[in-house]
Write a protein that binds this ligand. Structure first.
Ligand code: ADP
Ligand code: MG
Length: 318
């Protein structure tokens, strides 16, 4: 049964509805499934010779279990991220994929400086994040923004959209004079496909997809170089997923943004990322340009992920 705006627009046997949808909305939904039409090759990246935006060297994160009193057993350890190394160049989009629990969010938090690595170093434009002073960290933060999975949890329900999008300017003073906030919020909202008059509403007055657009508008407020998206579209339905990805692509083109884009769905990353990392139990088991990883996966786990998402045939996803 396919529903739209509270009404059943189509119903029938699965095979029938899938292969011969009669309602335009059903066709639109099916069209939005990632990989259904094969994949567009991601845009090439220029200026390969400049210093990478992000360099991650041998980074690990170890979580320790509860120490047990009177027990001689060694304390339990979990290597949530184990010896990860990669670089991200300006303009690139790095996709990080792997099943739930593989260490993706732990890695994302370390990239953003929200959590410190147990071992290894992370450099942003050659500056070490781990050794940075508070003032340096504050400056670097401005250039790296994030969009998380759940826009309901990441947007304060008591604030208006105006306050939410303008908040970074209140924190990073001197970036934009207060009298320009109103106009700039209006511009940012229009940039992400919303309207200027939405600024006076509250988050609950928007749909999930719209809320994620608001989170993206806020992430753009400080003109960042890098946006880390952790499962940013995973909670959205497929047609909205495609719209938000299109928006991210457009912003990449217009603003020259770089992304780290984390997802558990391989198909989603395929026509968006320029390179891909596959994580499995904290380890990077495969990495390379998107076309190579998808075209000739070396690791068994990558092959299994590809098979599971239907990304390898480009049509099984539906
Ligand atoms: P993913 O984002 O790929 O689903 P996470 O990075 O959230 O994976 O988690 C990786 C592993 O680290 C999981 O086994 C998780 O339980 C564990 N983990 C994450 N955060 C903590 C924490 N703060 N303390 C202890 N273990 C954690
Ligand atoms: Mg996660």
């Amino acid at each position: 049964v396919v529903m739209q705006a509270g009404r059943i627009v189509e119903s029938g046997a699965v095979a029938e509805v899938m292969s011969a949808p009669s309602h335009p909305y059903t066709r639109k939904l099916l069209d939005s499934v990632p990989g259904r039409h094969g994949f567009a090759a991601p845009e090439a990246v220029e200026s390969r010779d400049e210093a990478p935006l992000l360099r991650v060297s041998n980074v690990s994160k170890v979580y320790f279990g509860q120490p047990r009193l009177f027990s001689k057993a060694p304390q339990e350890q979990l290597r949530a991220v184990d010896d990860a190394s990669f670089t991200l160049r300006r303009g690139e989009t790095l996709g990080i994929v792997g099943e739930s629990g593989s260490g993706k969010s732990t890695l994302a938090r370390m990239l953003l400086g929200l959590d410190a690595p147990t071992e290894g170093t992370i450099e942003f434009e050659g500056r070490n994040l781990t050794g940075a002073t508070a003032a340096e960290t504050f400056k670097i933060r401005r250039r790296m923004q994030f969009v998380f999975q759940d826009p309901t949890a990441s947007l304060n329900p008591r604030m208006t959209i105006q306050q939410i999008v303008a908040e970074p300017w209140a924190i990073h003073q001197g970036v934009l004079p207060r009298e320009q906030w109103r106009a700039r919020v209006a511009e940012l909202l229009e940039m992400v496909g919303l309207k200027a008059e939405h600024a006076d509403r509250h988050p609950h007055q928007f749909s999930g997809g719209q809320r994620q657009r608001i989170a993206i508008a806020r992430s753009l407020a400080l003109n960042p170089d890098l946006i880390v998206c952790d499962e940013a579209v995973s909670a959205l339905d497929v047609s909205i997923q495609a719209q938000v990805i299109d928006l991210l692509k457009e912003l990449r083109r217009e603003l020259g943004l770089s992304y780290v884009f984390i997802a558990h769905d391989l198909a989603l990353v395929r026509d968006f990322a320029t390179s891909v990392i596959v994580m499995y139990r904290g380890k990077i088991v495969e990495q390379g340009p998107t076309a190579e990883v998808y075209g000739a996966p070396r690791h068994d786990y990558t092959r299994r992920l590809l098979a599971a998402s239907g990304a390898e045939t480009g049509s099984k996803a539906a």
